[in-house]
Design a protein around this ligand. Structure first.
Ligand code: PFF
Length: 467
């Protein structure tokens, strides 16, 4: 029997809603923006293969760990870990891992909202036909025009944060479940329309080959990036999946459910790649352009091919919806925690936290324009500076938060969650929650959680820090 506790925040109607919610969290800018451009930067098929390995050996086991901790604890990640640790006779300080994850999720939300805001601006631009027949210079200037305008960025950032807070404030069932039931089918339909369209471009084969052509000489370049991305794309390491696990029905099998989420997320990333690369090739462009792929290369492509305006509009709506269903999962762990801790209403807690994230997000907004020269973490000849104006090295505010979260906090969080599920919770507790019938498969899952995932994270973490 799985744990009998219930969450005070509500419960999903069925395991399918958990799948919708966790897939909604997982599928986001990471799949549609980051995955295609990283594949472009790291040379196509070699990156894709490394990414698939990282998802299977590290990402999915950590997702299993998070879901089972959440469902067994039935509270916000911090309190779930605290009570399970006490029950297991371990230190309650394990909950610090969840606290760190919660802060990481809020930090990610602060910049995610800014980037998602760009897609809102592009929806308008595409709809108005701003990109029709646009040149490469024109598209670059359009993107530069957006990022250099703090007011325009603030407007979209505020709007995106507001719609995120709106869904969360309405609660687990009336807010999250209800909107996800609409967002997710819409997302899949839009993606399939784009894929269908890319078939008609006459360059599908080229896109396919780019994505799946395996060049072993490129494997080493992309491995660190692939691991970091596996965390980000599955939303693991921050407690978002854990809090969704807390709302999961008692009887659902975590093993099968989590595997479905992992597969769906991978499928969406690959489909996004298959849909986008042929469009890029059809416009005679190169896919290796880095982060600008979505906001510069694709608009040029859409501006110069048949039906590009409609397809471009569909694409940016897809991006916005995917980002929305992810951003709500970043706010939920902290909202659940502060509702439990303060007893205040969900709406009040949501408003306070969203405002906080919005404020931090303003740092990201300004890092593209007025604060572009403000560099943090500068290692210069005369020593270390936390902040130096106009320094050569260092990172902008946005880069610093991105680096801190995806390179440090997510791997550390993921490592702690896997260790907690694997070594602190009893084997019987894990068996009950996972409900994997075959002893062989159960042992495999446990071994992945206990040994393979932690070692994988540690290797990459150390390699990353010593770079
Ligand atoms: N998985 C999301 C994406 O691929 O865009 C990003 C994300 C969502 C990261 C939720 C962290 C999180 F808690």
């Amino acid at each position: 029997m799985a744990s009998d506790k219930v969450s005070i925040h509500g419960a999903w109607a069925s395991r399918w809603v958990f799948i919708l919610a966790a897939t909604g969290s997982a599928v986001g800018l990471g799949n549609i923006w980051k995955f295609p451009y990283m594949t472009g930067v790291y040379g196509g098929g070699a990156f894709v293969v490394m990414y698939l390995f990282c998802i299977a050996l590290v990402g999915v086991p950590i997702m299993l760990a998070e879901t089972l901790i959440g469902r067994r604890g039935r509270q916000s990640p911090v309190n779930a870990m605290k009570s399970l640790a006490i029950e297991a006779g371990a230190s309650k300080h394990w909950s610090l891992a969840a606290l760190m994850g919660m802060v990481a999720a809020l930090l990610i939300l602060s910049f995610y909202s800014v980037v998602a805001g760009w897609s809102l601006d592009y929806i308008i631009g595409m709809g108005r036909g701003d990109f029709t027949g646009i040149s490469a210079d024109g598209a670059g200037a359009a993107f530069g025009g957006l990022t250099s305008d703090p007011w325009r960025l603030t407007l979209w950032h505020s709007l995106f944060m507001l719609v995120t807070a709106f869904v969360i404030a309405k609660g687990v069932v009336a807010g999250l479940e209800r909107s996800l039931r609409i967002m997710m089918p819409l997302l899949f339909v839009l993606l399939l329309v784009l894929l269908g369209y890319s078939f008609t471009t006459g360059h599908f084969r080229e896109g396919f080959d780019f994505l799946f052509h395996f060049d072993p000489s490129k494997v080493q370049d992309g491995i660190l990036a692939a691991m970091g991305h596996a965390f980000f794309t599955l939303s693991v390491g921050v407690g978002s999946i854990m809090v969704y696990g807390a709302y999961m029905p008692k009887k659902a099998s975590i093993g099968a459910t989590v595997l479905t989420v992992g597969l769906l997320d991978t499928l969406v990333a690959l489909t996004a790649g298959l849909a986008l690369f042929p469009i890029v090739f059809a416009a005679g462009l190169e896919p290796g352009g880095g982060p600008g792929l979505m906001f510069v290369t694709l608009p040029i492509a859409f501006g110069n091919i048949a039906f590009g305006q409609v397809m471009g509009l569909i694409f940016f709506v897809l991006v916005a919806v995917a980002a929305w269903s992810s951003s709500i999962s970043m706010l939920e762990p902290a909202v659940a925690y502060f509702v439990e801790k303060t007893g205040r209403s969900r709406a009040q807690v949501t408003a306070a936290l969203a405002l906080l994230c919005w404020l931090v997000g303003m740092g990201t907004v300004l890092s593209f324009n007025l604060w572009a020269e403000a560099k943090f973490f500068v290692f210069a000849e005369d020593g270390f500076h936390l902040l130096q104006w106009g320094a050569e090295g260092g990172k902008t505010f946005f880069d610093s938060i991105d680096y801190l979260t995806s390179r440090i906090l997510l791997p550390l969080g993921g490592l702690s969650f896997a260790m907690f599920a694997g070594w602190v919770l009893s084997r019987d507790a894990v068996r009950e929650e996972l409900s994997i019938r075959s002893p062989l498969l159960f042992n495999l899952a446990l071994w992945l959680i206990r040994v393979v995932a932690p070692i994988g994270v540690l290797i990459v973490f150390i390699a990353e820090l010593s770079k």
